[in-house]
Write a protein that binds this ligand. Structure first.
Ligand SMILES: *C/C=C(C)/C=C/C=C(C)/C=C/C1=C(C)CCCC1(C)C
Length: 250
């Protein structure tokens, strides 16, 4: 008990003494939690077909909130990166982001096989990334390259593959606006992760930043991608709901 209490004091001291990594874990936890509450509650104010999308946004940020709670503790007590927690979080939340793409394009004919391909690519990206982060100096560049192939496949699907074709054929301005924004998330927002990874010792940016800044990159990217991505879907759902209610009245 005593040592637990001590760890708490040390943790608080780190936050108060502005250890940036500790602070971003702390804020990340709050922001994810608040977003999850927001998406769950706002589910009630959109039309039926959007409810599943908002539910998934709530799950993504809710799962992340629980992981941030543990990652924050882990970091405060050990001073090291909570790599395993991080990858468990991503392994649950990235496939759910693939589900968001699927739900958006489903009314226009998306098939389960498209979702399956996206999820397989995401798993390849994450499993090889995890091996890279834990494999030490010599191999992390190679595993990073494998992981990037999985990432590029997702980019391809969204820009030129099934997802892109369905969105183009949909004639829905709202969906096309959402797709435009989601493409920015996938290319710019998601590219923050490999930049963080390259800070690993022995990798391309090693030495350019402190090793601990890997978590700064990941925490920043998670906030942008999980909360921002959810808000894009929320804004489309709200405007489409308003439109269909207007049409129903007329
Ligand atoms: C909510 C969490 C998300 C959206 C996580 C996304 C993670 C990535 C896009 C990670 C990509 C990586 C590479 C492309 C290469 C190096 C290893 C990774 C796993 C950091």
């Amino acid at each position: 008990m005593k040592s637990l209490f001590l760890a708490d004091i040390v943790g608080l001291e780190k936050i108060v003494n502005s250890d940036p990594v500790a602070i971003t874990f702390f804020i990340g936890y709050m922001a994810m939690f608040a977003s999850a509450v927001f998406f769950f509650i706002e589910r009630g104010s959109v039309d039926g077909k959007w409810k599943a999308s908002l539910l998934v946004s709530g799950l993504i940020t809710g799962i992340a909130a629980v992981h941030y709670y543990y990652m924050r503790d882990f970091y405060l007590q050990t001073g090291t990166s909570p790599t395993a927690f991080r990858y468990v979080d991503w392994t649950l939340t990235v496939p759910l982001m693939c589900v968001e793409f699927y739900l958006l394009t489903k009314p226009f004919g998306a098939k389960g096989s498209t979702l399956f391909k996206l999820i397989v690519a995401a798993l390849v990206m994450l499993i090889t990334g995890y091996i890279g982060e834990t494999s030490g100096l010599d191999n992390n560049v190679m595993w990073g390259i494998f992981s990037t192939l999985g990432y590029l496949y997702i980019v391809y699907e969204v820009f030129a593959g099934d997802v892109a074709k369905l969105a183009k054929g949909s004639n829905s301005p709202a969906l096309n606006r959402a797709m435009f924004l989601l493409k920015i998330f996938i290319t710019l927002g998601w590219s923050i992760y490999p930049i963080g990874y390259m800070v690993l010792p022995g990798n391309l940016l090693s030495g350019a930043f402190e090793v601990s800044s890997i978590d700064l990159f990941y925490n920043l990217a998670d906030a942008i991608n999980k909360i921002g991505f959810g808000l894009v879907i929320y804004s489309v759902a709200i405007s489409e709901t308003a439109l269909s209610r207007k049409l129903a009245k007329a």
